[in-house]
Design a protein around this ligand. Sequence first.
Ligand code: F6R
Length: 364
Amino acid sequence: EKGGYDSYMLKEIYEQPTALTNTLIGRLHDDTGEVNLDIGLDPASFKRISIIACGTAYYAGMVGEYLIEQLARIPVDIDVASEYRYRDPLVSEQTLAIVVSQSGETIDTLEALREAKKGGARTLGIINAKGSSITREVDDTLYIHAGPEIGVASTKAYTSMVSAMLLLALWLGRARGTLGGEQARELLHAARELPRLVEAALAPERVARIQEIAEKYAHASDYLFLGRGVNSPTAYEGALKLKEISYIHAEAYPAGEMKHGPIALIDEDLPVVVVATESRLLEKTISNVQEVRARKGKVIALLSDGDTENAQHADDVIYVPRAHEMVSPVVNAVAMQLLAYFTATALGKDVDKPRNLAKSVTVE
Ligand code: F6R
């Protein structure tokens, strides 16, 4: 049932092109630049959005926050569910609460949803598991259609959630008139490319290179992950994956925040993974890379294919297929998953049974 793979996690990593196809299928109309989500939600019925989730789903929500504010110009805030449910959040009929969950069973997320409903919010679930508890309590569900995810560390659900967030941001942007037809068509095209780009990211030579890097640094005791903008959540997700399955302590920061504290950690033993793919902010990220190097940190840079110029600033480079910045978190996440996977296997850990973790957290 692992389809010839050593673990569910690896199988699910390789299922991503198919999972993404299923997330996107029937929802994109390139010719008209429209997105069809088949949900009853009135896109004009709210003034602000609250995104609520836990763990990996929270990081997918962070990408969503960025995309929705950029493309649909609606104010978005985001909370981890265990905070939201107890902080007496400001909710009204003008609020759309979006809960993001692979399992649809996470108790904190479910309770936070109930809290939002009490305040009168409209509710939307971005969910993988069909008919799960959360889907029964939200007004609308946008299924991600990633298929069953068994590996405890979430992989394909993450990239499908991020893609669903992109679809939602595009739909809202079109419906509310903030996103022009031309930009919409460009982004739809970029979204449609995702399965192919992720397939390319999983090419054997790329996977082998990531395995080599993972093995080189597997004995580090700490790791730092940095990213900016729409890829700061990629850094968080990379750190979470690594902690969960390799038990190496990892922290993530938005790259620009490094100098406000974490820079003190940098020495010659610290690998620093920097997401430095094609972006409007690439130059700024590269200057952060130089700050790491000046302190002898080991830089592992994620660069877009062909970026040989910035390779000189890194100790090791993971090249990823070129993607439009707005869709790049999906492609970049794959490299993060593989880095964590091969680090854990190099250390002899059982990636499908990470200690202390359960697939779905139905207790508080
Ligand atoms: C990370 C992971 C967890 C879950 C979190 C939320 O790899 O799997 O952080 O993302 O427990 O779970 P769902 O999405 O089912 O609500």
